[in-house]
Design a protein around this ligand. Structure first.
Ligand code: NI
Length: 142
């Protein structure tokens, strides 16, 4: 089994704020990330897929993977406010941990349609929020 990773970029803004908590408690928990008007990040997304080498000598057709990520992730998140524009975050705090889970869910939902009849599996999502922190989500069953 070989793993292949492709890298994508998008920019989005967020505000870390839990609506069920008080303003004071939100400020205490999230600090400057709770600033009312939000702030932006240039996210780097890495999608790792794994599988056997096919008859074409490849594990995955990168055009198909790019197409899926473009449709399901980039077009929906790039230059958006995660809090205001992305339905999954209407109640969920848009931390990068939660963003990784949301991205994995969207890719998983359309995976079989893009890669019918077996093919590569999605193995890992890695999301870089800044140069100082990154988040990895390992997917076993997808
Ligand atoms: Ni932030």
């Amino acid at each position: 089994m070989i793993q292949v990773t492709r890298r994508y970029r998008f920019s989005a803004s967020h505000r870390l704020h839990a609506p069920q908590l008080s303003e004071e408690l939100n400020r205490e928990i999230y600090g400057k990330c709770n600033h009312p008007f939000g702030h932006g990040h240039n996210y780097i997304l890495e999608v790792t897929v794994g599988g056997a080498i096919g008859g074409d000598g490849r594990v995955v057709d990168p055009r198909r993977l790019d197409c899926l990520v473009e449709q399901e992730v980039i077009q929906r998140l790039d230059h958006r406010s995660l809090n205001a524009d992305v339905p999954e975050f209407s109640e969920l705090v848009p931390t990068t941990e939660n963003l990784a889970v949301v991205i994995a869910g969207r890719l998983d939902a359309c995976w079989k349609q893009m890669f019918p009849g077996g093919g590569p599996r999605i193995e890992k999502i890695r999301l870089e929020e800044t140069g100082n922190n990154s988040f990895e989500l390992k997917l076993s069953k997808l």
